[in-house]
Ligand binder design. Structure first.
Ligand code: OGA
Ligand code: NM2
Ligand code: ZN
Ligand code: ZN
Length: 450
């Protein structure tokens, strides 16, 4: 027996489908014709439309509609003799009611976030590094947290270079920028970025100088400083809601004023980068989509009229003060082997200034040539270096002593793609296990699910 009945609504150009349970949904003829799934209109191997817009009549009617012989779908005969079949399940998943559309968009894009303040300290999501690399279920739990809370700590990674590249490759691929695939955060002479000094970094998002800043950031602590270097993380979306409540005019200014950002230098190659990004980027529904804020690369070129300058600074100052408020921050010191992963479109991160052993020695002994650099100009390879002990004689810029973080970026597109594959893979396995009467296994390698 059929699960539903169908009725033509030629007056409004829709097909009405009534499910046995009571749901009644309408589908526009033009949309049905556009989404015909026959092999002539749709290429299954690509899961993509092959029919052309030029061939579509936006005012199309139908010749005949009927429930398919199986009773599981709807069949439409078009005026030109073409036929399209749709399953009830396929139609139900594409219901046009506002509630269905909202639920479907949430399932696809996972925009729902849990906002947090300093209380997050006590419940920082943490996962074992190697498990996340090798186990699909652990990887899914990690990425789900990264999306919902905007951060997740991985612990127990080897305290040597090369680990976040492994991690990024388990997700997909990392995002190349002018700072390279993987970059080293350490105190460098002639630093091409303030991050590459031992100075403090106020809460910021990385790389607002790009029009499309990286969505996700990984930072792996290879060596920590002897003093200082603590990390701060702030939920920028939570801060935005505070500002929206407390100072709606400041919020409006930051959401509507594009700031110039600039980044000039040499790393992977020479670069000269400019962007225009508002500090608070809203989507078309007025929801905060992305924070773009790094005072270090905010341009002195300021494209606002004279009278708008002081109010803009007042708003910037208020926003930054909120990001520096202890009730909004979590602070912790990364230890060698920790990897912090976070949403760079949502969180701001900072660090306290730090002192490395070599700077201490230099301060004590005084450097001999007055350059602040005792002469090691070797490359920054990690060959044979097993840690921070026993190598205190090397006080150069080669990067094998002192605080060292390895960092890299990924695009949200890539991370969300993996998240959907893992989710779909787990659902499939759960269905299979349920029908076999057993519990789902702990999961295979990340790459094999989905
Ligand atoms: C950076 C950065 C954090 C740290 O390199 O952009 O924020 O703890 N580093 O050094
Ligand atoms: N690094 C860490 O916006 C920025 O310049 C953030 C980027 C140098 C790759 C720092
Ligand atoms: Zn077709
Ligand atoms: Zn940063």
């Amino acid at each position: 027996m059929s699960r539903f009945r169908v009725r033509r609504r030629d007056d409004e150009g829709t097909l009405e489908v009534r499910w046995r349970g009571g749901a009644r949904r309408r589908y526009p003829y033009v949309w049905l014709r556009d989404n015909c799934l026959c092999p002539g209109c749709f290429l299954p191997s690509a899961q993509a439309r092959r029919s052309l817009m030029a061939q579509l009549d936006p005012g199309t009617g139908v010749a005949e509609v009927a429930v398919t012989s199986s009773g599981q779908g709807v069949s439409v005969l078009w005026p030109d003799g073409h036929r399209s079949d749709f399953s009830g399940r396929w139609l139900a998943a594409r219901c046009f009611s506002a509630a269905s559309r909202a639920a479907t968009q949430e399932a696809i894009f996972m925009e729902e976030r849990e906002l947090w303040g300093c209380e997050m300290s006590a419940r920082l999501p943490a996962f074992p590094f190697e498990a996340v690399l090798s186990d699909g279920a652990a990887s899914l739990a990690w990425l789900t947290s990264l999306r919902r809370h905007g951060l997740a700590l991985l612990h127990g990674a080897p305290a040597r270079r090369g680990q976040i590249e492994r991690l990024a490759n388990s997700v997909g691929f990392l995002r190349l920028t002018f700072y390279g695939n993987v970059w080293e955060v350490r105190d460098k002479s002639d630093a091409n970025n303030v991050a590459y000094t031992a100075g403090p970094l106020a809460p910021h998002t990385d790389y607002p100088a790009l029009t499309h800043p990286p969505g996700v950031q990984f930072l792996h602590c290879v060596r920590q400083a002897v003093r200082g270097g603590a990390s701060q993380l702030v939920d920028g979306f939570a801060v935005c809601e505070q500002l929206r409540r407390e100072q709606p005019e400041a919020f409006r200014l930051l959401a509507s004023t594009p700031l110039n950002y600039v980044d000039v230098g040499t790393d992977l190659c020479d670069f000269h980068v400019h962007s225009r990004n508002p500090v608070i980027q809203l989507d078309e529904q007025g929801r905060v989509q992305r924070i773009n804020l790094n005072h270090a690369t905010r341009d002195s070129v300021l494209d606002v009229p004279l009278r708008a300058v002081r109010p803009l600074y007042a708003a910037l100052s208020r926003f930054s003060a909120l990001t520096e408020s202890p009730r909004n921050q979590i602070t912790f010191t990364l230890r060698p082997g920790d990897v912090i992963t976070f949403d760079n479109w949502r969180l701001l991160h900072g660090r306290a200034d730090y002192v490395d052993l070599r700077s201490e020695q230099e301060a004590g002994a005084g450097n001999t040539d007055g350059t602040g650099n005792t002469g090691n100009t070797g490359d920054s390879g990690d060959a044979g270096n097993t840690g921070d002990s026993g190598n205190t004689g090397d006080t150069g810029d080669s990067g094998d002593t002192g605080r060292l973080l390895e960092g890299c970026y990924l695009d949200w597109e890539v991370v969300l793609s993996r998240l959907r594959l893992l989710r779909a893979g787990l659902e499939k396995e759960t269905r299979r296990s349920a029908s076999a009467g057993r519990l789902p296994s702990e999961g295979g390698p990340a790459g094999t699910l989905g």
